[in-house]
Design a protein around this ligand. Structure first.
Ligand SMILES: [Zn+2]
Ligand SMILES: [Zn+2]
Ligand SMILES: [Zn+2]
Ligand SMILES: [Zn+2]
Ligand SMILES: [Zn+2]
Length: 196
């Protein structure tokens, strides 16, 4: 029908599909339509397993692999397999030594964003990991895990029992007659208590 339209080499024809919301242009109307879903929040692609919705078919495909364990992407250097192509890109940096993510504070470089995010907490003092037993806070999950082992060794067992033992111990300490009431309150509400 309109095959003659393809003879055009002008770039003007390629930029006809303009997103009126963000100004991005697309070569094909179908691509624009897919893009528009990022604005509308429409997610027509649903995962059969967990019913999660996705705006793009490619995102659903990548997600389904987390259920199936399918890993079609392979590192050409060490043969390790990955479920997402982006993971291979990140992984390849461990071979190349490339570190494109830099800390703005100390200029240390990192191979991926998650490691950089963790590192930045060193400067910000942010401590999102909290011990469920003694409520000490940690900036890195690894430090918390190491800390949790000290509770297991102390109580020789599982967390819930350990939590109870630690809580009663603290309670008897803070109800000591030598401590005035306001000190007791402060001890319980204060962040990152160093009460040992
Ligand atoms: Zn747009
Ligand atoms: Zn799913
Ligand atoms: Zn590799
Ligand atoms: Zn830094
Ligand atoms: Zn603890």
């Amino acid at each position: 029908m309109f095959t003659s339209a393809f003879k055009s080499t002008g770039s003007a024809d390629m930029k006809m599909n303009l997103c009126y919301l963000c100004g991005k242009t697309y070569a094909r109307p179908s691509t624009l339509k897919t893009h528009m879903r990022t604005h509308s929040g429409e997610k027509p692609y649903k995962c059969d397993t967990c019913n999660k919705g996705f705006s793009q078919a490619a995102n659903l495909t990548a997600h389904v692999r987390t259920h199936t364990g399918d890993k079609p992407f392979r590192c050409p250097v060490c043969d390790r397999r990955f479920s997402q192509s982006s993971s291979v890109t990140t992984h390849m940096r461990t071979h190349s030594g490339e570190r494109p993510y830099k800390c703005k504070v100390c200029h240390k470089a990192f191979s991926d964003t998650s490691t950089l995010t963790k590192h930045i907490r060193v400067h910000s003092g942010e401590k999102p990991y909290r011990c469920t037993v003694c409520h000490l806070r940690f900036s890195q999950s690894g430090n918390l895990n190491r800390h949790m082992r000290t509770h297991k060794e102390q109580n020789g067992g599982v967390n819930p029992a350990g939590a109870y033992v630690a809580a009663t111990k603290d309670l008897s300490r803070s109800t000591s007659p030598y401590l005035p009431d306001h000190t007791r309150l402060r001890d319980w509400t204060k962040e990152a208590p160093k009460i040992y």
